[in-house]
Design a protein. Structure first.
Length: 211
């Protein structure tokens, strides 16, 4: 375990590099945070569905999902409860690649995406953010399959890529135990957004709660 001095030192460095958003502190751990309990994963019955503003609905088995083209990304993650974790490595499927490689065709009206998790958690994002490099349908963390606590077998991942200039919301906008994406013409609030969290949740603007 890193001693507190290391933590402080790393945090100072991230601050100097402009990578620590306001009101955040660095953690070297990986906190586990969710509402409710960890659902079971049964690879025989698990399905990943895509519906709404799409030309053709999708329902993939775990085996089918596992054969989709893979993408890797390095992200800084920022939780609204004020911890940040830097340089985390993720592997999975990018939504953009599903579209560019012809697996998924959206209707012209698609403008928002609602992530649906096993257990009922939902969270919403504008389509344009889910098509950025910092959004991933992630199956692996640091080269290993996700653990149940962190969302196995699949989670929505959203984090920051330094110097990318792209928009980054807080980490609640990535649903663990992800089982569906619903494409919408109008925005629809998710679980925490409904409960008063900010709808955009920009980490640099400290958009934590809706006023
Ligand atoms: N299904 C589900 N996904 C969720 C949540 C949740 O309660 N349920 N919490 C969110 C919040 S608030 C955070 S900070 C991250 C935490 O992910 P971690 O437990 O892997 O750190 O998951 C997000 N995804
Ligand atoms: Mo969070």
């Amino acid at each position: 375990m890193a001693n507190p001095t290391d933590r402080k030192g790393l945090e100072e460095r991230m601050k100097l590099e402009g990578r620590l958003p306001p009101g955040q502190s660095l953690t070297t751990k990986f906190p586990i945070l969710h509402y409710g309990r960890v659902p079971n994963f049964n690879p025989n019955t698990w399905r990943f569905k895509i519906w709404g503003e799409v030309e053709k609905e999708i329902s993939w088995t775990w085996e089918e999902f596992s054969q989709l083209p893979q993408t890797e990304v390095k992200l800084d993650i920022h939780c609204v409860t004020r911890w940040s974790k830097f340089d985390t490595h993720w592997q999975g499927v990018s939504l953009r690649s599903l579209i560019t490689e012809g697996y998924l065709k959206l209707r012209p009206g698609a403008a928002y995406v609602l992530q649906h998790a096993q257990g009922g958690y939902t969270t919403n994002l504008p389509l344009e953010i889910t098509l950025q490099k910092n959004f991933l349908l992630a199956t692996h963390f640091e080269g290993e399959p996700l653990t149940p606590d962190h969302g196995a077998p699949l989670r929505g991942m959203i984090g920051h890529i330094p110097d990318s200039g792209i928009k980054t919301p807080y980490f609640w906008k990535g649903a663990k135990w992800l089982i569906g994406l619903e494409f919408l013409t109008e925005d629809q609030l998710g679980f925490w957004e409904e409960a008063g969290y900010h709808n955009e949740g920009d980490i640099w603007k400290e958009q934590r709660m809706r006023n």
